[in-house]
Design a protein around this ligand. Structure first.
Ligand SMILES: [Zn+2]
Length: 269
């Protein structure tokens, strides 16, 4: 076993550990507890609202498109979700509120038009600094969802997903879409889902014959990836999806009860 220790930014140590022929990241979490002391309150106060607002404005483009009442609703829901879940590092490290905010915001975004925004079965989010090794898949991954209990993110890739908000690739939206899909979420979602899936598969079939389909190929893997890729595309390539596949765009608006191209005016609170 060998260790390489490097001082990064003069603030934290980066340590890679090599053992058993497998690379394991032992990155000292750059996102540990630097601000938690001030924000351990469970009650949503003005200081917390201001903090959420700053993080969301910086990292989550969807939030910036909302009007004042939409932003208030987003922060209220986000705060509830953060406190309903256990968020931790790979070895049970506590993580700070900024990381919690960026992890949970995609779930609030997807469910923003639904009455329900808290998970019934998923209860834990595990955050890794970078891509991590999945024993079940047998390779390094950027994220994942276990059946009905935990969601996993590489924080590095979570940020990359938001860095380009128009490329249709967003790890947070993708994994949260899987979790919401697996849970069948609320009654309205369940009632509308069969119609959505019928339209989605019909549109996917058309796309197989198109030279430049709006959904990337990975959507054709199975019904789970179809939904997750569709959610990413719906939010990040809304105009293109509406023009190339208007039926799928409308079906997704109906399913999620929101239209990303008309955020302030169509969401029913
Ligand atoms: Zn997936």
């Amino acid at each position: 076993m060998f260790l390489i220790i490097a001082l990064v930014g003069g603030v934290f140590f980066l340590i890679y550990a090599w053992g058993g022929g497998k690379l394991n990241f032992r990155l000292s979490y750059p996102f540990l507890l630097d601000d938690d002391a001030a924000f351990s309150e469970k009650e949503l106060n003005n200081e917390l609202i201001d903090y959420y607002h700053k993080v969301l404005k910086k990292y989550v483009p969807y939030y910036s498109l909302l009007d004042k009442s939409g932003r208030k609703k987003f922060i209220n829901r986000l705060h509830d979700l953060i406190h309903a879940l256990e968020l931790k590092g790979e070895e049970n490290q506590a993580i700070n509120l900024k990381v919690c905010t960026i992890c949970c915001a995609p779930a609030i975004q997807i469910t923003f038009g639904l009455d329900k925004y808290l998970f019934s079965s998923f209860h834990t989010i595990v955050v890794y600094p970078k891509m991590f090794y999945s024993e079940s898949i047998g390779r390094f991954v950027k994220g994942g969802v276990s059946r009905g209990d935990a969601i996993f993110f590489s924080y590095d890739d979570l940020l990359k997903g938001y860095a380009n908000p128009e490329d249709g690739l967003n790890l947070g939206l993708h994994e949260m879409a899987h979790a919401i899909h697996m849970e069948s979420f609320d009654e309205d979602f369940q009632r509308r889902y069969p119609g959505w899936e019928k339209t989605a598969f019909a549109e996917l079939e058309k796309m197989r014959h198109q030279s430049d389909p709006v959904l990337r190929n990975y959507a054709g893997q199975n019904r789970h990836e179809l939904f997750a890729v569709c959610v990413e595309t719906f939010f990040e390539k809304s105009s293109e999806m509406k023009s190339k596949s208007p039926l799928l765009y409308q079906a997704t608006c109906d399913l999620l009860n929101q239209d990303p191209l008309r955020l302030s005016s169509t969401i029913s609170y």
